[in-house]
Design a protein around this ligand. Structure first.
Ligand SMILES: [Zn+2]
Ligand SMILES: [Zn+2]
Length: 364
């Protein structure tokens, strides 16, 4: 399980930060979270394989999070980077997003006369104030769009298990921003614990059982031997939990799902860095910068740190930086500023904080 950041900028991209997108690799599949402008270019410059993208999750329909989806679909679903003949994946590309995602994609494809060779489907996470049914457009389905896109309604304020298989599930909750916005929580199913083979060998030898059964025990099976001994598998350990938020000035509603996350990805659009950032205005204080960030639906590093502490996250990654903050790899000044941002988050959180950079990968 690893994450590659494809874009870490807020409203304005820069030469070192592209618009929002990140790729989560789960085994051989890739799930994309957000798809800002030029995401497919970033994918081509990264180790992420276009043909491996099986699901796309959109946090909100602001352009810096969705403008890249039409060009990405036209490449992804026309075979670019696809699998070899005979190995095609029968699963359609699944897109999840807020109300309006389906209409935006259908409209974009229709008016650009884009024909796709493979199917896609859009599931919308509807809030209580959204229309609870329908497509939000009178346009006919695109020929590649499957008609079974779900409108997923909130239950007790949450969208739980919008997708789940034997190894992973994903849930979501609304988070506060200037427009409807969604945070996602990915939870791995409990995984087999580490096995100590020496605990089993005497029993196997006594019953003349080949050691190959150790593989079955490791996978979670309990085995009864001829003499009545039952060999129990090692206890399963909790799977990993990732929290991927969109833009927000208050993600409280996702807290019940997000507790004890192994990794929290939280935006930190604006920061006050007197003595570090030469562009700091004399009239600004921590309070004025926070008030301005909140008024635009965004957070400071300290706000991200407070939320990370609240949910007892084991690690915090900051992203979605103002265009003022170039990549730390750009020059020494940018490195000092980015380190200042990181320290502000640490001051409230206390744990490990990492600033996301374009093309950075993190193992979970
Ligand atoms: Zn944004
Ligand atoms: Zn936004």
């Amino acid at each position: 399980m690893d994450i590659t950041f494809l874009g870490t900028a807020s409203a304005q991209p820069s030469s070192t930060r592209n618009h929002s997108s990140l790729a989560l690799r789960l085994g051989s599949d890739v799930w994309l979270f957000d798809c800002g402008e030029a995401t497919q270019h970033q994918i081509q410059k990264s180790t992420v394989k276009m043909g491996r993208i099986k699901k796309i999750f959109i946090t909100h329909t602001h352009g810096d999070h969705i403008f890249g989806i039409i060009p990405l679909l036209s490449s992804r679903l026309n075979g670019a980077g696809g699998l070899a003949a005979g190995h095609e994946d029968p699963r359609p590309l699944e897109i999840y997003g807020p109300y309006g995602t389906r209409a935006y994609i259908r409209t974009g494809l229709t008016y650009t006369h884009t024909l796709l060779n493979s199917p896609y489907v859009v599931h919308e996470l509807r809030t209580l104030s959204d229309s609870q049914d329908g497509d939000n457009t009178n346009l006919q389905l695109n020929p590649a769009e499957l008609p079974n896109g779900r409108n997923i309604l909130q239950v007790d304020g949450l969208w739980e298990a919008i997708f789940a298989d034997a190894s992973v599930s994903i849930s979501a909750a609304p988070i506060l921003h200037s427009v409807p916005c969604i945070g996602y929580v990915i939870t791995e199913a409990p995984v087999p614990g580490k096995m100590d083979p020496t605990q089993y060998t005497d029993h196997l030898t006594r019953n003349n059982v080949p050691r190959s059964v150790l593989g079955r025990i490791q996978r979670g099976e309990s085995i009864e031997l001829l003499d009545g001994t039952i060999l129990q598998p090692p206890p399963r350990r909790k799977g990993r939990k990732l929290v991927i938020l969109g833009d927000t000035h208050d993600p409280s509603a996702i807290a019940p799902l997000a507790m004890d996350a192994d990794l929290l990805i939280h935006e930190a659009t604006n920061a006050h860095l007197p003595g570090v950032d030469p562009n700091t205005k004399d009239s600004d204080t921590y309070e004025t910068v926070e008030a301005r960030a909140k008024s635009r639906g965004h957070s400071t590093p300290q706000m991200a740190g407070v939320f990370a502490r609240r949910i007892r996250a084991k690690k915090l990654v900051l992203n979605h930086f103002s265009s003022r903050y170039g990549s730390a790899y750009q020059c020494q000044e940018a490195m000092y500023i980015m380190d200042g941002i990181r320290r502000l988050a640490v001051s409230e959180y206390g744990g490990e904080v990492i600033n996301a950079e374009d093309f950075m990968s993190i193992y979970v």
